[in-house]
Design a protein around this ligand. Structure first.
Ligand code: HEM
Length: 125
């Protein structure tokens, strides 16, 4: 029943895992992002794996554990400025390359995440 999803097309859990690992390696070093993220990103990365699995059409693991995603609301405690949004997307762009996700999925994933990242901004520069 999961046919035709981006999740399945890119290789499922293993690929999401490689993407998320490559992403938080960069987040943990980015001067714009370090101030708002926890020092230990293990738990953040774990939740992101659940979320991205679900977001790209895989099993609804995030909602099973955390309920309604309400992503904008969950980000309100953090000052997400336009430059932090750009930094987040920069890290994601590089991670998509490192994880060697093939086209057309790479672009499709980045476009969907770009829209969501815009929606997450909650603070002016
Ligand atoms: C959690 C920052 C965009 C998905 C977080 C946390 C921060 C953050 C600081 C809390 C980490 C923690 O306490 O463990 C940002 C910034 C963004 C951004 C600066 C720039 C626009 C996004 C986008 C998505 C996303 C676009 C999804 C497509 C998540 C998820 C969590 C999270 C799933 C965990 C939520 C939970 O606690 O269940 N983010 N985020 N974020 N973010 Fe983002």
């Amino acid at each position: 029943e999961q046919t035709g999803t981006i999740f399945e097309a890119i290789g499922g859990f293993d690929t999401i895992d490689r993407l998320v690992t490559a992403f938080y390696k960069r987040v943990g070093k980015h001067p714009k992002l370090v101030p708002i993220f926890p020092e230990d990103l293990t738990e953040t990365a774990r939740k992101q794996r659940l979320f991205l699995t679900q977001f790209f059409g895989g099993p609804k693991l995030y909602s099973e554990e955390r309920g309604n995603p309400m992503m904008r609301r969950r980000h309100l405690p953090f000052a997400i400025t336009p430059s932090r949004k750009d930094a987040w997307l920069e890290c994601m762009h590089a991670a998509l390359e490192e994880a060697e996700i093939a086209e057309p999925y790479r672009t499709a994933i980045f476009e969907k995440l770009t829209m969501t990242a815009h929606h997450m901004m909650n603070t002016p520069e």
